[in-house]
Write a protein that binds this ligand. Sequence first.
Ligand code: 13P
Ligand code: SF4
Length: 310
Amino acid sequence: MDQDTKKNQKELSLRARRLASGKNAIILAHNYQLPEIQDLADITGDSLALSIEASKTEADIIVFCGVHFMAETAAILCPGKKVFLPSKSAGCAMADMLNADELRAFKADHPGVPVVTYVNSTAEVKAESYICCTSANAVQVVKSLGVPEVLMTPDKNLAMWVQRHTDQKILYWPGYCPVHDSLTVGAINRARSEHPGALLIAHPECPPVILDMANAVRSTTGMLEYVNKSNANEFIIATEAGLLYTLQRQNPGKRFYPASDALVCQDMKKTRIEDVIAALEHERYRVTVSEEIRVKALEAVRRMMAVPRD
Ligand code: 13P
Ligand code: SF4
């Protein structure tokens, strides 16, 4: 980045920060956001951590730099607050792979079996679910139910990962994240031959064959915790590229390599500082959830939040 662009970005960030404090707004950014958005945010984190922050904040406005389902989760948790998604079209391909009608049909095929839904899902789908989970707590959430069989939606890879850690039978919806699911054994072998001493850390949205190869499987925040504690110096990271910025910033003495250059979620890269400024100035794009759906979805999210994290 040249000096002029850096200076311009700094000025834009200051403007966004001034607007945020003038409006009693909090800026949240997911770990996959662009570096300048992570730097600008009050809090960065994984989807669970950001949901918890949203539920605790005393701010009147939440600007959620992430994708639609994350802002929707904040709206579910904070009915009295205005939640804005700076980039209107930032969605999640996995969340779009299951709608409420499809989930109702799935449930009807398995009467009485509780539904565990990954937070990467729409509010309508959460409202049809017994409990939510994230990649950080999915195993604990399923075990906490103490039932022999559960339905998991919408991510098949997360469900198959949970299946390896419990005797409960997991029936799952065949959704997936196109970014993580496209990671191949060939890409991992290439990365390993280029960085032979590096540990491989993978997100549970990756296919089982990749998780088999990993030294550790973690959510995005779990990866940050793992690296901070590890004595190793080099890591191959099998998740969206944005996390490498956070890892490098928190661990300047360690080296991080993407498992593949294709690990980029275009929706997570849509938000620019200008969008955050516009969100605050024009109070856009507001994310709302109807009260009927919100109350049901909240129950599923609250049940998840009551399950302890590792
Ligand atoms: P985390 O739950 O680790 O934040 O991941 C969210 C996500 O969208 C992964 O692709
Ligand atoms: Fe959705 Fe995948 Fe993007 Fe995460 S990385 S927001 S799961 S499409």
